[in-house]
Design a protein around this ligand. Structure first.
Ligand code: CTP
Ligand code: CA
Length: 234
């Protein structure tokens, strides 16, 4: 639960947050999906609303979560649907946060009728790339087609033999071009790799702030504090 008396320091700001995992249909009964619960995105929405922001939550598939009070929720299924809602809702927003787990690929064809088995082995599943919504938001803003003050991305990284979590995060921030990137360290290597920290908040201006391990609502507060600081500097 959130502390009782949160500051109303986000009053007058409009924020748009994506949450959950997209589902990419194969036929009417099957899809490619992921394990995202949507909890981080919902926590971001709840905390922002408590702090006075006008919040739109664009929710792909999530666990069974209660809609946060005072938040407008728009449900979507696929990455393509999420993309079109985000491009429309992000225009004029003070902050856009891409907390959704967007499927990188989708089946090339979505067939109308349920796929039936036969005696032979199935064809390999043909996949195609989904649009990168975060990169597209940044690009649209750069081209003057979208007004959004701050664009925030999320990344879950494990690190590997040659590259640390933090370096993967830095590379992703550079690739996406967003204003802030929340980097979560995930996987078995976490404790060794990052010591006491659960991740970092990386700024497009080169700032790097460690995020202490804690509840998703705490991470949400840390992120809104950083967003609010950037608004005050604009
Ligand atoms: N994202 C997006 N559209 C996609 C894929 C990702 O908008 N098609 C967003 C996510 O919502 C997140 C950020 O981009 O805010 C980083 O997602 P991530 O999956 O970590 O990055 P990718 O660029 O897909 O790289 P990879 O999965 O290869 O690490
Ligand atoms: Ca991805």
């Amino acid at each position: 639960a959130e502390p009782k008396a949160l500051p109303r320091d986000l009053e007058g700001r409009r924020v748009v947050i994506s949450a959950g995992g997209t589902r990419e249909p194969l036929d009417p009964v099957r899809y490619l999906g992921n394990r995202s619960s949507g909890r981080q995105g919902y926590a971001l929405a709840r905390v922002a609303a408590h702090r006075g922001a006008e919040v739109t939550l664009v929710a792909a598939h999530t666990a069974d979560l209660a809609a946060p009070a005072g938040v407008r929720v728009i449900k979507v299924g696929t990455a393509e649907e999420l993309r079109s809602v985000m491009l429309a809702e992000a225009d004029g927003a003070d902050a856009v946060v891409m907390a959704a787990a967007v499927a990188d690929f989708r089946p090339v064809s979505h067939v109308e009728h349920k796929i039936k088995k036969s005696d032979r082995d199935p064809d390999p599943l043909a996949l195609t790339r989904n649009p990168d919504i975060l990169a597209e938001l940044v690009e649209a803003r750069g081209a003057g087609k979208l007004a959004a003050s701050l664009i925030v991305g999320f990344a879950a990284e494990t690190g590997d033999a040659t590259t640390s979590v933090l370096d993967h995060g830095r590379a992703k921030l550079a690739r996406k071009g967003c204003d802030l990137l929340v980097v979560n360290a995930v996987g078995d290597g976490r404790a060794f790799e990052v010591e006491d920290n659960a991740g970092w908040l990386l700024g497009g201006d080169g700032t790097e702030e460690p995020i202490p391990f804690g509840a998703k609502s705490r991470l949400a507060s840390t992120l809104w504090d950083a967003v609010n600081r950037q608004w005050h500097r604009q």
